[in-house]
Design a protein around this ligand. Structure first.
Ligand SMILES: NC(=O)c1ccc[n+]([C@@H]2O[C@H](COP(=O)([O-])OP(=O)(O)OC[C@H]3O[C@@H](n4cnc5c(N)ncnc54)[C@H](O)[C@@H]3O)[C@@H](O)[C@H]2O)c1
Length: 448
């Protein structure tokens, strides 16, 4: 991505025409909450709470200028009216049936849009049970080679595009968390990856099949789960080669959101940390999948890394050298999608005196995730029109394990992430970056 190739301000193509949102895992709790919510907002039956693109503002210029437009009025983003949803699942249920199964939204929200939701039917999935062991749906593309599966997904996309008159697309993985995979040799370059694909290598998971289909079709790809998927050199190279943006991984919603709000505060005040114990009870299908230890390992890696990067123990040995960090998830069906995340945080202050913080977040996973996906889709479509290909680090704000360039460490601090995102928008629209320096307001004051 070369700076001179990026389009800025008025050069950015307007978001005209329909935007297709392609979702592997369209029958899941998160996807159906996103789809139903978008339709409710379109019909003025709900508010897009939690969405920066819909409700957020951005300060421009100096504080005395009082310029704070809404983000959606400042940057050219697609309108919600232009979004068309489609996707794949291993279960045949339409979006209405799947929403009822997910038990996130109640009938007061679902029934007024029953017709709309019933009309969204999944396409047959690319699925391999070795990568998601606790599910066994049968609505899948059978008997194809891996290349055959990529081509079948591409054909689904082409049919969807032409039937609906779609101008541009974005794909977002909202499928189940796949088992933990090491960064194997076959993922290290496009050549080794394509060779493995052509040989039907059993180490290529379905999420990568969808991703290849998207990238080869010139469609931006977002990874909402902690699976590697596009976070390997082969896919990063492919995205750059095709001039397509990619982003991931693992939506930052409940407990990790809280962690990346609290930890920067403790560090900013130079308070020490002795231990951080995080546990969750969760009863939805995601919880069932994460009950398998290899799927949980993928999630665990994602959840554990944030503190290490925020607290930087190598720079602050007195405060953070030996803290104990533990994360667990327990599948507990009665709670459904309404997760409970507990955090017991043991900190210490002046002269080492211990203190404790307890957080009990009674959250709703999909309610927190849906607005993130909407924002990501709209921003990734913007990135594509600007000509930003490869990793979109400026969207780290939305992820537990933000993808980043080799040699850089990921930025996890929510406030730095927010600044990074807004400064990118200012940059694209030719506005000054805001550093929050502030002393300039007081310098060269004329004497009273
Ligand atoms: N809700 C959150 O707060 C949150 C946060 C971060 C990440 N995530 C991740 O988002 C994903 C979706 O979460 P959810 O709560 O909706 O889970 P879910 O189990 O309700 O939905 C996942 C859907 O994916 C489908 N699926 C699985 N493999 C597939 C494949 N190969 N092709 C097509 N469909 C496939 C399943 O049938 C299911 O309908 C999970 O990976 C989860 O870990 C969720």
């Amino acid at each position: 991505m070369k700076e001179e190739n990026l389009k800025r301000k008025h050069e950015i193509q307007r978001p005209e025409g329909k935007l297709g949102v392609l979702i592997p895992g369209i029958g899941g709790a998160v996807s159906t909450t996103l789809i139903a919510g978008t339709e409710l907002v379109r019909r003025n039956l709900g508010e897009p709470i939690g969405s920066l693109t819909q409700l957020g503002t951005i300060r421009l210029g100096k504080r005395f200028e009082h310029r704070s437009p809404k983000i959606k009025e400042f940057v050219p983003l697609s309108n919600l009216e232009d979004i068309v949803f489609a996707g794949w699942d291993i279960y045949e249920a339409n979006a209405y049936e799947a929403s009822l199964y997910a038990r996130v939204l109640n009938r007061e929200h679902l029934d007024p849009i029953k017709d709309f939701l019933s009309g969204i039917k999944p396409m047959k999935a690319v699925f391999d049970r070795r990568f998601v062991r606790n599910l066994d749906g049968s609505y899948i593309k059978e008997g194809k080679s891996l290349r055959g599966q990529v081509d079948a997904v591409k054909e689904d996309i082409d049919v969807f595009r032409s039937r609906n008159g779609i101008e541009r697309c974005v794909m977002v993985w909202c499928g189940s968390t796949e088992i933990y995979l090491e960064a194997l040799e076959i993922y290290q370059s496009i050549e080794t990856f394509y060779e493995a694909l052509d040989q039907d290598d059993s180490r290529i998971p379905p999420s990568m099949i969808y991703a290849v289909a998207a990238l080869e079709s010139g469609i931006p790809f977002i990874n909402g789960a902690p699976n590697l998927t596009v976070d390997v050199p082969a896919m990063i190279e492919l995205a750059k080669e095709k001039g397509v943006p990619i982003a991931g991984k693992d939506f930052k919603t409940g407990q990790t959101l809280m962690k990346t709000i609290l930890a920067p505060g403790l560090k900013a005040r130079a308070l020490g940390l002795e231990g951080w114990f995080s546990t969750n009870i969760l009863g939805n299908r995601d919880g069932l999948v994460l009950d398998d230890k290899d799927s949980f390992k993928t999630k665990e890696e994602s959840k554990l890394s944030v503190l290490e990067y925020i607290l930087q123990p190598q720079l602050y040995p007195t405060l953070y050298k030996n803290y104990y960090h533990k994360v667990t998830i327990n599948y507990y069906p009665p709670r459904g999608d309404n997760k409970e995340g507990w955090d017991c945080i043991d900190i210490y202050g002046w002269l080492g005196y211990p203190m404790q913080i307890k957080v009990d977040f009674l959250c709703r996973d999909s309610i927190l995730a849906a607005p993130l996906i909407l924002d990501l889709v709209l921003f990734m479509d913007l990135a594509q029109r600007v000509g930003m290909s490869g990793i979109q680090e400026w969207l780290s704000f939305y992820f537990k394990s933000p993808m980043h360039k080799e040699g850089l460490y990921p930025e996890h601090d929510l406030f730095i992430q927010s600044m990074k995102l807004k400064n990118t928008l200012r940059y694209l629209m030719g506005e000054d970056q805001i550093t929050h320096f502030g002393l300039d307001y007081y310098m060269n004051d004329s004497p009273e």
